[in-house]
Write a protein that binds this ligand. Structure first.
Ligand SMILES: [Zn+2]
Ligand SMILES: [Zn+2]
Length: 268
């Protein structure tokens, strides 16, 4: 299994949940032979099958916060991560690790939690070594009601981070310093500000302050202002150009549903 990102959904927010105009299945991240599923939102299990990925291979489940576009399919994904659930005496096999916020555990049944080998309650600033890979919780400023974190993986040859849903904040650039690849949840285009998310114009100066500069930026989790029947056009291509022109980042990629990117190709 080569290190790879698979976009199981490039959409975010309630309108894409309803319309599935852009899918909301989260991201598969494969590293060091480990398959992780980050933020399995509505339709995650459908998208895994649609894009010919194997849910049985998933062993690491990550939910960054308790919003439905990030967690709704978690139970289905845990149950689908094994072909056989239990032995003849209904002793359930345990498999996998779940990394998530404390409050997220209230949204998932004991039946599914008991299928897991390990549950790691996580928040920004936390650090975990998973099979030799350092995993760090990054700060988010998102919903005042719920906790959340972004997540960063420091591997031997590269470092990759997922911002999760957040606004920009003091220290945003430092959080991702030393990253080769950043996956940015960019809900809104240009200067269309949102109190709980970030837009292109707001984030550009923060991206330019990441030191050393990122090699790659992958934008995803587009909201309805960005591209949907409610928007006047698909703003994604123009945001890619804007980021290319106005940042010091070598390579900008726009997520599409089903897009598969080998990490090797990003590290050239
Ligand atoms: Zn979201
Ligand atoms: Zn959210």
């Amino acid at each position: 299994m080569e290190d790879e990102i698979v976009i199981l959904g490039s959409g975010g927010g309630r309108h894409h949940i309803r319309t599935q105009y852009r899918a909301t299945g989260g991201i598969l991240y494969k590293f060091n032979g480990i398959q992780s599923h980050i933020d399995p939102g509505p339709g995650a299990i459908v998208r895994l099958n649609q894009f010919k990925e194997d849910p049985v291979k998933t062993e690491l489940f990550i939910v960054t916060h308790a919003h439905v576009d990030h967690y709704s399919d978690l139970s289905a994904i845990i149950e689908s991560s094994r072909e056989i659930l239990h032995d003849r005496n209904y002793n359930y096999y345990k498999k996998g690790t779940l990394i998530t916020t404390n409050e997220m555990l209230e949204y998932i049944s004991d039946y599914h939690l008991n299928m897991l080998e390990k549950i790691v309650k996580f928040e920004a600033g936390n650090r975990l070594i998973y099979k030799g890979v350092e995993i760090i919780g990054t700060k988010t400023v998102h919903s005042p009601e719920i906790d959340g974190f972004g997540i960063r993986f420091n591997l031997k040859n590269y470092s990759i981070a997922f911002t999760s849903d957040t606004m920009v904040y003091n220290g945003f650039s430092e959080e991702f310093s030393g990253c080769n690849i950043l996956i940015l949840n960019l809900l809104r285009p240009n200067s269309i500000v949102c109190k709980r998310h970030l837009c292109t114009d707001e984030v550009i100066p923060y991206l330019n302050n990441i030191n050393p500069p990122l090699d790659n930026l992958i934008i995803t989790h587009f909201g309805s202002y960005m591209d949907s029947p409610r928007s006047t056009k698909n703003y994604v291509p123009s945001q890619v150009i804007k980021l290319q022109v106005n940042t010091n980042i070598r390579n900008i990629v726009a997520a599409e549903d089903g897009l598969k990117i080998k990490i090797r190709k990003l590290l050239k």
